[in-house]
Design a protein around this ligand. Structure first.
Ligand SMILES: [Zn+2]
Ligand SMILES: [Zn+2]
Ligand SMILES: [Zn+2]
Length: 350
């Protein structure tokens, strides 16, 4: 077999100049999303059939330890592999591919099968923040790794294969499309104005106030002016830091608090476990200093009008430009005004 049929690589789209990641080695993954959909949000604390619960066996035969807090392991069905090699293809700049070596890991947030970030304590989330910080530092230090993407897919609607609270880390050699675009924008802004794009943007948002969802001493959650998804948000540190591992203890606690408050508000909008894809955009780990980069997280939730009515990115949006009906300001107001107490914790709810 040629490397294109057997190892992780990326292929260039010469029309958009963006890349697609291809992982032909990836086996059929276990799917535990749909069958769990009928379980109540406050379901079982331990599920004997879950491959992430403590003490259970995973598909590759490994047995999870009886972990008390968090647990990290190499993804048994990794989209990226360290042994991808360095093969390149280039036929006239039109058929272009490169080997894409990398490492994929899974981080369990808690031994409890039934928890979510919104239902965990700030102290428990603080432990997850510590693991994110360690993983960014450890994987980013490898010469092979130029980017560490931490992300969480929550809910079967977002393709999460298991409801157990967890996230993934995909550490890759090259810079993924979204990071590459944001690097160029932040660099250009920094070069032109000797200032940080997101520091300046955050100042404007704090002055305006109308798109702020939640703020504490060190972090601000807001609906970005340019948001595409109905309830899309960004979470930013007030201080200019490049990555999670540069946060102070007080900032890491504030991040844990902001994650808890933001996800609680999400759940309260439609009184459901709000599905989303979220992830952190941190400075590339290519050994450059990256003074332009400002750490932030994006939340992309698909829900539009209820627990089941979602937005689709189709038609003009797929072929042209994304479109939305509810304004960013109205979405922020909605998120700001829902209760700060999780609906499952309110008196009278069982
Ligand atoms: Zn589980
Ligand atoms: Zn900044
Ligand atoms: Zn970003």
């Amino acid at each position: 077999m040629t490397p294109l049929q057997s190892t992780s690589h990326r292929r260039l789209n010469p029309l958009t100049r963006e890349w697609v990641l291809v992982s032909p080695h990836r086996m059929e993954r276990p799917w535990q999303g749909q069958t769990e959909r009928t379980a109540s949000p406050a379901g079982v604390q331990y599920d004997p059939t879950c491959y992430l619960c403590p003490g259970n066996q995973r598909a590759n035969g490994d047995v999870n330890p009886a972990y008390p807090h968090t647990f990290v392991f190499d993804n048994d069905y990794a989209a990226l592999r360290a042994d991808a090699g360095s093969a390149k293809v280039d036929r006239g700049g039109l058929i272009v591919s490169e080997a894409e070596p990398g490492i994929c890991r899974v981080i369990c947030f808690s031994p409890r099968h039934d928890l979510t970030l919104a239902r965990m304590s700030v102290q428990e989330i603080r432990r997850v923040v510590a693991v994110w910080s360690e993983q960014y530092r450890e994987l980013g230090a490898l010469p092979m790794i130029g980017s560490v993407q931490i992300f969480e897919n929550r809910g079967a609607m977002m393709g999460a294969s298991n409801p157990h609270p967890h996230c993934q880390v995909w550490a890759s050699h090259s810079l993924p499309n979204e990071l590459a675009k944001e690097l160029t924008a932040q660099r250009d802004y920094h070069a032109a104005r000797h200032s940080c794009l997101l520091c300046d943007y955050l100042k404007l948002e704090l002055q305006a106030g109308e798109r702020i969802v939640y703020e504490n001493e060190h972090f601000v959650a807001l609906v970005p002016f340019w948001a595409v998804w109905p309830f899309e948000t960004m979470l930013l540190p007030r201080r200019h830091v490049r990555s999670i591992d540069a946060l102070s203890e007080a900032e890491a606690m504030a991040l844990a608090d902001a994650l808890r408050m933001l996800t609680t508000r999400y759940d309260n909008v439609f009184e459901t476990a709000f599905p989303y894809s979220m992830g952190f955009h941190q400075a590339p780990t290519d050994s450059a200093a990256h003074p332009e980069w400002h750490l932030h997280a994006h939340f992309f939730p698909p829900l539009l009008r209820s627990a089941t009515v979602r937005k689709f990115m189709v038609g003009f949006e797929m072929l042209g430009t994304p479109q939305r009906d509810i304004t960013a300001e109205a979405a922020a107001q909605r998120l700001r005004e829902v209760s700060a107490t999780h609906y499952l914790d309110r008196a009278g709810s069982a």
